[in-house]
Ligand binder design. Structure first.
Ligand SMILES: *Cc1c(COP(=O)(O)O)cnc(C)c1O
Length: 214
């Protein structure tokens, strides 16, 4: 008997489901003659910030760039340490090494696959500048405990929300709880866009501390 073939991930199904709204949007953009930034970009930034309850949203090249720009805006670089989950997509780590800082891994909570707050304190040193909390597989990290610890030690909290569009903790959306969040709209993500360098965003959160255009 031949095994049935099951597609690994059919992202084309999203197009079929949203076809008429998407076709209207393409026609509007094509007819406008404006294919980069401009009104469509501004309007998306405003709508995404509003959806996340964040104060600002800035479109950048991709999710990795978003995380790198957040680290740069926080003045994090060589000699600094950033706590990252030992289990995440590689871009969380690459953002830290890209700015010349050192990723310090902390093991996840096996129930959520996200940073285990009870293990973070032992990893904090005088060089620690930030905790990068990743909301892996659409599950929110334990932000209350992570933010409390960060405030206690005077360090920043970055949310890597590339896999968590729309995830909530109670009535709060992820991406507006730490100091800033990076998102990805790569086609295979929870909320995917179209193309290789698709729309990616950095959100500066309402609760955040005055950078990225704040
Ligand atoms: C995909 C992903 C990124 C990077 O996003 P790109 O848009 O592919 O650069 C960062 N962090 C996590 C957890 C991701 O899943």
């Amino acid at each position: 008997m031949n095994a049935p073939s099951v597609p690994f991930l059919d992202i084309g199904a999203t197009y079929v489901e949203c076809k008429s709204a998407l076709d209207d949007a393409y026609q509007r953009v094509m007819a406008s003659g404006w294919y980069i930034v401009g009104n469509e970009c501004n309007s998306f930034e405003e709508q995404w910030a509003a959806y996340c309850d964040a104060a600002h949203c800035v479109g950048v090249g991709n999710g990795l760039d978003a995380l790198v720009l957040i680290l740069r805006a926080m003045d994090i670089g060589p000699g600094d340490e950033v706590i990252v989950p030992s289990s995440t997509y590689i871009a969380s780590w690459l953002a830290v090494t890209e700015v010349g800082a050192t990723p310090v891994p902390v093991e996840p909570d096996p129930r959520t696959a996200n940073l285990d707050p009870s293990r973070i304190e032992a990893a904090i040193t005088a060089r620690t500048k930030a905790i990068m909390a990743v909301h892996l597989y659409g599950q929110a990290a334990n932000m209350d405990a992570i933010v409390r610890l960060a405030r206690q030690f005077g360090i920043r909290v970055i949310e890597d929300a590339a896999q968590a569009h729309g995830a909530r903790i109670g009535d709060r959306r992820v991406g507006a709880i730490g100091d800033a969040a990076g998102w990805s709209f790569y086609p295979g993500k929870n909320l995917g866009a179209f193309g290789e360098r698709s729309r990616q965003e950095v959100c500066k959160c309402a609760s955040g501390g005055g950078f990225l255009g704040g």
